[in-house]
Design a binder for this molecule. Structure first.
Ligand SMILES: [Zn+2]
Length: 294
């Protein structure tokens, strides 16, 4: 029988998956199109991406539900599908994760700012996140991932929403950028304050994903900072495939699978317990990382 995710993280490294959006674009999703739609209209393609990561050795499979809150779907005029698409996102990840894998129910930013910067109230946002998370849990999520956060207040509401609708473990990841020698979120929050806000809200796992202009060495330094701030809490890191390069075709992340495998080992040595990938990572990168960590 599959073990509890939190105890697995305490006894070794759990390998999470890599990027979803770029994989769907390779399968024909047009930039700007709502990828959530594919959970119902192109389920075989979504399942195939999950399966590729699962076969690469990823035991934690993340649902295709970034941008899946009602507030984000409303931008495409598709808010009415919020429950169906999120539930099916979890069903597809569940299919691919297999009996030994876990499903990470993915929740991204709601797309605006909380009061007083924006118009959203905490109560309103609790409802928005709660609606999405409830559907992800119904579809079979084993844990909830509140990801790519910049505002610790929003992250905290995400954690509280999850804790109010289910008893599953909750992870928070922030996107950081370099600010002098420090790492800050887009809202200017330090790694230490970001971690504290997530843990105070009740998060079981905390860390970073994605980020702006970070090198692989930066991710190692960031991991050490997060680990120091997190104390006994479990730390997760999902780096991009190296620093972004501007090319005529757009921004490219081109670290090799070997470089990512080396990064995975260094993250492990820095005390990270869940290691995956973000922008530019593919099943090939994750396979090299999982092999190195095995
Ligand atoms: Zn990313």
């Amino acid at each position: 029988m599959k073990s509890n995710l939190l105890s697995a993280c305490r006894s070794g490294v759990v390998v999470c998956d890599g990027a979803m959006g770029t994989q769907l674009i390779q399968r024909g999703l047009t930039p700007g199109e709502c990828g959530m739609k594919w959970n119902r209209e192109r389920p075989d393609d979504v399942r195939a991406v999950h399966s590729a990561y699962s076969q690469a050795g990823c035991r934690l499979i993340t649902t295709n539900s970034f941008g899946g809150t009602r507030s984000m779907l409303d931008r495409h005029g598709l808010g009415e599908h919020v429950v169906d698409w999120n539930k099916n996102a979890a069903v597809l990840a569940r299919d691919a994760a297999g009996p030994d894998g876990w499903v990470f129910g993915d929740v991204g930013p709601f797309g605006d700012f909380l009061e007083p910067v924006g118009d959203m109230t905490e109560a309103g946002l609790l409802g928005i996140f709660g609606e999405q998370i409830t559907a992800l849990v119904e579809g079979g999520a084993d844990a909830i991932l509140v990801e790519t956060m910049s505002d610790p207040g929003e992250a905290a509401v995400g954690v509280r929403a999850a804790k109010s609708v289910c008893g599953l473990p909750v992870a928070v990841t922030y996107a950081f950028q370099k600010s002098g020698p420090d790492f800050r979120t887009m809202m200017g929050t330090s790694a230490r304050d970001a971690v504290a806000a997530a843990l105070e809200a009740g998060a079981d796992i905390v860390g970073a994903n994605c980020g702006t202009d970070l090198s692989l060495d930066d991710y190692i330094a960031l991991a050490s900072e997060l680990k120091a701030a997190a104390g006994d809490a479990i730390v997760i890191l999902q780096p991009n495939a190296g620093a972004p390069k501007n090319t005529p075709e757009g921004v490219l992340y081109d670290a090799s699978p070997e470089e990512m495998a080396d990064t995975a080992l260094r993250l492990r040595d820095a005390g990270v317990s869940i290691i995956g990938g973000c922008c530019g990572t593919t099943p090939l990168h994750l396979a090299a990382m999982a092999k190195a960590l095995a």
